[in-house]
Design a protein around this ligand. Structure first.
Ligand SMILES: NC(=O)c1ccc[n+]([C@@H]2O[C@H](COP(=O)([O-])OP(=O)(O)OC[C@H]3O[C@@H](n4cnc5c(N)ncnc54)[C@H](O)[C@@H]3O)[C@@H](O)[C@H]2O)c1
Length: 319
């Protein structure tokens, strides 16, 4: 058993989602008691059904926009739809989940003196004018666009975390997550990695927005989860925000070609108009994560894609 300290009672909101389910798994493997809270908006029981028999695992259906009263030592706040398709489906609810969800979880952390980690996002940088983005960059965000419910919701959540820290002395950790991929991503939520894999496996055209020159960095889920656990274990003085992601930069076109190659698909690439507010470049500067967490991603894109493709080949994923 890995050990990052004594056995703790840990709440994971959004625990039935893509990242949350991997985090629950990891925390159980580290010997902790895990309470997974989710309203199943985008997450599914299937993601955590293999954990249900574990006596240290508990599942609670709950919406974080309502207060929660539980006794825990640590909180990982992941609840929030993460893909544009899902967060734009009900934008008001998205902002409520980010903002009211943060208020409720921070209130809980304050009451029970728990340490709390926020799953923030590289979207707080908006369409950045600085590359790669360091944590000191304040961002270039449209406050009234179709992505704003998510971007501004997450920015406000960060504000709340830091105000609870300054005003109430809460022990906070803020992770700014860059594109992460892996098994249990939603098969049709429009995120580029899952999209391309599903299209390739179905022999459909791979849809690339714009000319495909926009770049993204892709972090494999196991690397990301390791950074979360390390961040939570940092000394109380360390709050972040800290970028976590893989700085390897690939164009969307390169990704499409890699997916075609690794799946052995005969799919063709098709170009579509670029959606509004789609950033041209996104690459984390992870110098802070390297020094504060002694962490850097280890899984190369090919290896991570191969594992993800394997997952999506399984008919149970409803590809
Ligand atoms: N995956 C990425 O690349 C990425 C990048 C940046 C930030 N993030 C952040 O990480 C977190 C997890 O993302 P993910 O990729 O696992 O997405 P996901 O959609 O798979 O997981 C989100 C989970 O939150 C749950 N949820 C949504 N609204 C809720 C509510 N009101 N109450 C309770 N549960 C609710 C969903 O049902 C789902 O299980 C999100 O906060 C997201 O913003 C993810």
């Amino acid at each position: 058993m890995r050990s990052y300290g004594a056995r703790k009672r840990i709440l994971v909101t959004g625990g039935a989602g893509f990242l949350g389910s991997h985090l629950c798994e990891r925390l159980l493997a580290d010997g902790h008691d895990v309470l997974c809270v989710d309203n199943f908006f985008t997450g599914t029981k299937k993601n955590i059904e293999h954990l249900l028999g574990n006596p240290n695992f508990e599942l609670m259906r709950h919406d974080v926009t309502f207060p929660l009263y539980v006794e825990v030592d640590e909180i990982y706040n992941l609840a929030c739809p993460a893909s544009p398709v899902h967060y734009q489906y009900d934008p008001v609810q998205t902002t409520k989940t980010s903002v009211h969800g943060a208020i409720n979880m921070l209130g809980l952390a304050k009451r029970v003196k728990a340490k709390i980690l926020q799953a923030s996002t590289s979207e707080v940088y908006g369409d950045p004018e600085v590359h790669p983005q360091t944590e000191s960059y304040w961002g270039h965000v449209n406050p009234i666009g179709i992505r704003s419910c998510y971007d501004e919701g997450k920015r406000c959540a960060e504000t709340l975390f830091f105000d609870y820290h300054r005003q109430h002395g809460l022990r906070i950790k803020v992770a700014r997550i860059f594109n992460t991929y892996g098994p249990r991503m939603h098969p049709n939520d429009g995120r580029v990695v899952s999209n391309f894999i599903v299209q390739a496996l179905n022999g459909e055209a791979i849809t690339v927005f714009g000319e495909g020159n926009q770049t993204r960095s892709f972090c494999y889920v196991d690397d990301l989860i390791e950074s979360f656990v390390r961040l939570m274990a940092t000394p109380d003085e360390f709050t972040g925000p800290v970028n976590v992601g893989n700085p390897g930069e690939f164009t969307i076109l390169e990704l499409a070609r890699k997916v075609i190659e690794l799946t052995g698909s005969k799919s063709k690439i098709e170009f579509r108009p670029l959606p509004s507010d789609d950033p041209m470049q996104r690459k984390p500067d992870i110098a802070l994560a390297k020094s504060a967490l002694q962490w850097a991603p280890k899984v190369p894109l090919e290896a991570g894609l191969a594992r993800t493709i394997e997952y999506f080949r399984n008919p149970a994923c409803a590809v």
